[in-house]
Design a protein around this ligand. Structure first.
Ligand SMILES: Cc1cc2nc3c(=O)[nH]c(=O)nc-3n(C[C@H](O)[C@H](O)[C@H](O)COP(=O)(O)OP(=O)(O)OC[C@H]3O[C@@H](n4cnc5c(N)ncnc54)[C@H](O)[C@@H]3O)c2cc1C
Length: 222
């Protein structure tokens, strides 16, 4: 829609139908709002029934927050090594936020819808970023890193954007239910768990992707 400008908005152009078809995905198999609340709500219910060990790992993250962080410089020479390390830490953000929220509110958590939505957004972004990285890694092994260079850039860019969303939603959630020292400690944890060792150059990544689309004159990633 955007690329075609004013014509993109017009019902006479084909994009209008494509946009509506894409947009319905957030409605017809259960709306975005309801599914996000279900994602966290069901996890919490399963944890309370003992079907999923959620509070155990959440407690471990809490203990890690009390400990001294490692100052070792990690070796990130392999493809996606840094990204995978970051994804592991992003999962800790979810455990920290959702675990503390469950401890604070118990079954009453479902009445705190904005908190549930924020936790769910974190969960979704971690899942999407990890899936993107693992799928791209698989393709890079199969077709070669040079051939998959644009997809690698896309996966890295996705993770960067996901991390930014997780920082924003994590902060919102933490401030909504924690105060004083507890809040400060969790915000420090958020910073530690979302930190890059080498900040990705997102402008260069976007340029790389745009150059490929421009050179191929279309969407060529099927
Ligand atoms: C093209 C299309 C195909 C469909 N196909 C099928 C099908 O094959 N099978 C089938 O069973 N159904 C189907 N549906 C129905 C679909 O599942 C419902 O439209 C959908 O679940 C939303 O329900 P609703 O339309 O009643 O919206 P409502 O439930 O009235 O929701 C309206 C808005 O309020 C929000 N909302 C509602 N409750 C809350 C809450 N507690 N907290 C926060 N926000 C809330 C919703 O997220 C939504 O944004 C289809 C719908 C469409 C449009």
């Amino acid at each position: 829609v955007q690329i075609f400008g004013g014509m993109g908005f017009s019902a006479d152009a084909p994009m209008e139908k494509a946009w509506r078809d894409a947009r319905i995905a957030r409605i017809y198999e259960g709306t975005n709002e309801i599914n996000r609340m279900l994602a966290v709500g069901m996890l919490v219910k399963k944890a309370m029934k003992g079907h999923v060990d959620f509070l155990g790992p959440a407690t471990k993250v809490g203990e890690e927050l009390m400990g001294i962080p490692s100052f070792d410089t990690p070796n990130f020479s392999q493809l996606f090594a840094e990204e995978k390390d970051l994804v592991t830490r992003l999962k800790k953000v979810f455990l920290m936020v959702a675990g503390s929220a469950v401890q604070k509110y118990g079954p009453e958590l479902e009445n705190h819808q904005q908190l549930m939505l924020a936790a769910s957004d974190i969960l979704i972004e971690v899942y999407m970023a990890e899936s993107t990285i693992l799928r791209t890694e698989k393709n890079a092994k199969r077709f070669g890193e040079a051939e998959q260079a644009t997809q690698i850039a896309m996966a890295k860019l996705y993770l960067y954007n996901a991390t930014e969303t997780i920082i924003q939603k994590g902060k919102e959630a933490i401030i909504s239910f924690a105060e004083g020292d507890e809040q400060r400690m969790m915000l420090m944890g958020l910073k530690r768990f979302t930190k890059y060792t080498n900040n990705p150059n997102v402008v260069a990544l976007r340029t790389q992707i745009a150059d490929k689309v421009a050179a191929d004159n279309g969407y060529t990633f099927d």
